[in-house]
Design a protein around this ligand. Structure first.
Ligand SMILES: [Zn+2]
Length: 446
């Protein structure tokens, strides 16, 4: 223990075995030991005592649209990773679309990595994209270290990232399963979207009717059938429809290799509360009714839903018009995700240990980073959030680090103030003061 450089002490340290008073020894940026609270500090080590503030693993958010390069005016690596750090997030995995180029070839991946390298305040990994015409690029992308492949079953919202039809889905899924990769899917059925009402205007109910639950349910049913046939590992992105939960539970019980995520906006915001014209609440699939939300929480609790990620997908303010039909669809919530989820979780009787499981441990497992991230345990990276769980703050968009300060959470009072965030044993932000970027670019199995 002579090489311990730092000891982090708290009366509430969240470990895989539970929450307890402890001192966490850090050596070479990794957790060297989890010691008793009153353990003697090794000679030469610095002590940081957080008192009763909670020391928890940094959040690992596997669904973030950074948009850099190409749509950097929407969000970039500098702003996204600062916002993430301010919110207790220490790792993000960037989605392959909304940047230009999209991450659909190894050359494009290199372009993105080059842009991200100097701007990353936290660790950043990349998803690849599965398009109708890039099956040949999937294996090289896998070998280059992407964590899996995203596809759409209906239009994505940007022309350069077309969706897959049924045959193309089968071809991509079979290719990815062949090398043991992971396919992650935006599951809304294009036919069900076509036959739904095509409303426009400022009324949220009209928008909700354009993206009914059945479009998710039908897509998920087909996806499960295909995954079962191929034996592929598939992850359902941003589940919103609670009607799909029985299908998912049955598939999991049957042994289909299926995981599912949902997002803070589906778990903390409801259709009933969206004001007319407030397209900062627009996303696809949409925020649904309160009764739907209750069922999503139950599914999280019983494991039908595995994890919670932001799907942070901002745009410039001018694209958030008051017409729900044409406004950009995407919710900006990266910096607020931990506090938003914790606020609702505590109200519903869940613990911070549950939140850590949903937002850090399970997401790390999803992308195979659970040897490095997602727990306060010996050998993992010394990535932490220090949280005052009972302190509150009111969301002031002006204080957000996102490039565009448009948020559906404006004016909400949230529980859980992030006091500081630590990456490999370095405090990267405290009280709004950031260090120079020291995030690393992550690759699968490296
Ligand atoms: Zn997304």
């Amino acid at each position: 223990m002579s090489d311990v450089e730092l000891v982090l002490r708290s009366t509430r340290v969240i470990t895989p075995e539970g929450t307890r008073p402890a001192s966490v020894a850090v050596s070479g940026g990794k957790i060297a030991a989890v010691l008793p609270h009153d353990a003697e500090i090794p000679a030469g080590a610095r002590l940081e005592d957080f008192g009763d503030d909670v020391l928890m693993p940094g959040i690992v958010d596997t669904h973030v649209h950074v948009n850099d390069p190409g749509r950097t005016e929407w969000e970039g690596f500098w702003t996204a990773t600062r916002a993430a750090a301010a919110g207790g997030i220490t790792t993000i995995v960037d989605m392959p679309l909304n940047s230009l180029p999209p991450t659909t070839t190894t050359a494009n991946l290199r372009t993105k990595q080059d842009v991200a390298a100097a701007k990353a305040h936290i660790d950043v990994g990349f998803w690849g994209g599965a398009l109708p015409d890039n099956v040949k690029d999937l294996r090289p992308l896998h070998d280059a270290g992407v964590f899996g492949f995203k596809c759409f079953l209906s239009p994505s919202g940007v022309d350069e990232f077309p969706h897959l039809n049924g045959d193309q889905l089968t071809a991509s899924m079979a290719e990815i399963a062949g090398f043991g990769g992971l396919l992650i899917v935006h599951a809304e059925d294009p036919h069900e979207l076509d036959v739904a009402p095509s409303n426009s205007g400022p009324k949220y109910d009209d928008y909700l009717a354009t993206r009914p639950r059945i479009s998710e349910d039908v897509a998920i049913r087909g996806l499960i059938d295909t995954a079962k046939r191929i034996g592929a590992r598939v992850h359902i992105l941003h589940l919103s429809s609670s009607d799909a939960l029985p299908l998912i539970a049955a598939a999991k019980a049957e042994g289909v290799k299926l995981t599912v995520e949902t997002c803070p906006h589906y778990l903390t915001l409801t259709a009933e509360e969206v004001p007319d014209g407030a397209s900062e609440f627009k996303c696809c699939p949409p925020i649904r009714e309160a009764a739907n939300q209750d069922l999503l929480w139950q599914a999280l609790a019983d494991g039908t839903i595995d994890c919670v990620v932001t799907d942070h997908s901002p745009s410039t303010a001018d694209l958030k018009t008051d017409d729900f039909a044409t406004a950009w669809g995407g919710i900006s919530g990266l910096q607020l995700s931990l506090s938003a989820i914790w606020t609702e979780a505590r109200k519903r009787g869940y613990s911070l240990e549950d939140v850590v499981r949903w937002m850090s441990s399970r997401t790390s497992e999803l992308v195979g980073l659970d040897d490095r991230k997602g727990a306060i345990a010996v050998g993992r990276d010394a990535d932490f959030a220090v949280l005052s769980p009972d302190a509150t703050f009111t969301v002031d968009p002006a204080e957000l680090q996102h490039r565009n300060r448009v948020t559906a959470y404006a004016g909400k009072t949230l529980h859980g103030v992030v006091r500081s965030t630590w990456l490999r044993g370095e405090r990267i932000v405290a009280d709004g003061e950031f260090t120079a970027p020291q995030g690393k670019l992550l690759e699968r199995n490296k």
